[in-house]
Design a protein around this ligand. Structure first.
Ligand SMILES: Cc1cc2nc3c(=O)[nH]c(=O)nc-3n(C[C@H](O)[C@H](O)[C@H](O)COP(=O)(O)OP(=O)(O)OC[C@H]3O[C@@H](n4cnc5c(N)ncnc54)[C@H](O)[C@@H]3O)c2cc1C
Length: 410
């Protein structure tokens, strides 16, 4: 069979529709926000327009009100949505909510789906995820937050930090240690917590290096530091069963890792377009920058990384469509795409000169926000550690590293 990169007509059509929606509605809506129109009003209107066009929670099955897109079509849609900071929100596919919706859909009880998932899918509520603590992040088995059973409830005590969107969320998914004597990865469970809650005390949104506009916290919700004090959670809010906390975490992170990468494609594409327009228009020392070979090489390096990134995502989407194991590729792509977007935005800043360093273009804001991608959802080193181990394992098992480096393509 020939290797076929043709995108099915219906997937092309949905991508076109989303591209048009982002260009015609989301990007102008960003302008309206800058000009002071209330965020809620802008978002409600965008969401109404999106739903009227059948654009809503792309990855959720149709019977739950979503578009029911498969991995390839969803990847194509997400690549378009990343072009606007309102794109994913408009279609109710924003992080961190999206990944948790999938986990609730897969592991939630009927009660949990009815009470917590339904309003999330309808876009009426938002959800955050509280795993990381000051005590433990990359190695989450160091979490100290404790949950103790008390009749029909659990009582949680501890702390969390960097819980994204907690201050705008109506629900928190909280991980806590339920059994210190169990094997390491079975000591933790996941609890659904309704907010606001006197036991889940948000201390502050942690100031970060990311440049924030006046609306950042309303849109993104910041990254909260939380004290968990005598937090009472009914037993029926235990998600996925006792000791299954890591399974829930891995399930939601698997999707979340890809989503960032997909959005990165759109951002990097927009940055490369801006850089190219700039070098065509700007002359120095009697020549347009676009005619300098050194500048052309800079653009070429960005184009190469962007092309590799697109191929990686399409290959991963293909594997997902076929139900194949994609964990190795997922880790490789997660790291690569975070560096790719960093490189392309950095190059665009360089070619814009002082304008790139200013806040008169979105480049500086992008640059400071994407840095976190090399830390979140598993830092670079942890993914590279896993990838490297798989390379060695493949060699030991097969006498070649090919199976761990895309060799199934050959
Ligand atoms: C913007 C942002 C949003 C976030 N959102 C959320 C959220 O919504 N919910 C949530 O629960 N958490 C969230 N986090 C937390 C994030 O998941 C953690 O920051 C991440 O897991 C790393 O943990 P840590 O910060 O404690 O770093 P540490 O665990 O202290 O690691 C520090 C560094 O050590 C190195 N390192 C670690 N382990 C290894 C190893 N085995 N080999 C080699 N080097 C290693 C890496 O360079 C790593 O960056 C967010 C973080 C950020 C920055």
């Amino acid at each position: 069979m020939a290797v076929d990169f043709e995108i099915p007509a219906e997937d092309q059509a949905v991508r076109e529709k989303v591209r048009k929606f982002v260009q015609e509605h989301c990007i102008p809506a960003e302008e309206e926000l800058q000009q002071g129109r209330p965020y809620k009003e802008v978002l409600d209107e965008l969401r109404q327009k999106a739903r009227a066009q059948g654009l809503w929670t792309p990855f959720i099955p149709k019977e739950h009100g979503g578009m029911g897109l498969g991995p390839l079509a969803n990847a194509l849609v997400q690549m378009e949505l990343g072009e606007s900071s309102l794109g994913a929100l408009a279609l109710n596919t924003q992080g961190p909510d999206d990944a948790t919706m999938l986990t609730l859909l897969t592991y939630g009880t009927d009660y949990q789906k009815e009470k917590f998932l339904k309003p999330l899918l309808a876009g009426e509520k938002r959800i955050c995820y509280s795993m990381t603590e000051k005590a433990a992040g990359a190695d989450a088995t160091g979490m100290q937050t404790r949950a103790i059973r008390d009749g029909d409830s659990w009582v949680l005590n501890g702390e969390k930090w960097f819980s994204s969107a907690a201050s705008v969320a109506d629900i928190a998914v909280v991980m806590a240690k339920t059994n210190p004597d169990a094997p390491r990865h079975e000591q933790f469970s996941t609890f659904i917590v309704e907010l606001p809650n006197p036991g889940y005390q948000i201390q502050r949104d942690i100031p970060t290096m990311a440049i924030e506009g006046p609306l950042s916290h309303i849109i993104g919700g910041g990254h909260a530091e939380v004290v968990i004090k005598d937090l009472v959670v009914p037993h029926e809010n235990l998600l996925g069963g006792e000791g299954q906390g890591f399974k829930m975490g891995q399930h939601r992170l698997a999707y979340g890792r890809l989503r960032h990468g997909m959005h990165n494609i759109a951002m990097a594409q927009r940055a490369l377009d801006m850089a190219t327009q700039r070098v065509i228009e700007r002359s120095t020392f009697g020549q347009p920058l676009s005619q300098r070979q050194g500048v052309q090489w800079m653009l070429a390096d960005c184009a190469t990384q962007l092309y590799i990134s697109r191929l990686m995502l399409l290959h991963i989407a293909y594997k997902a469509e076929k139900g194949l194991d994609l964990r190795q590729e997922n880790s490789i792509a997660k790291v690569y795409l975070a560096h790719m977007v960093h490189k392309v935005v950095d190059t665009a800043i360089q070619l814009h000169g002082a304008l790139g360093f200013s806040q008169d273009t979105p480049l500086a804001r992008w640059y400071t926000s994407i840095r976190s991608q090399r830390l979140v959802d598993g830092p670079d080193e942890v993914h590279r550690w896993t990838v490297g181990r798989n390379v060695i394992k493949a060699y030991r098992e097969h006498g070649t590293t090919a199976p761990a480096v895309g060799g199934d393509l050959l």
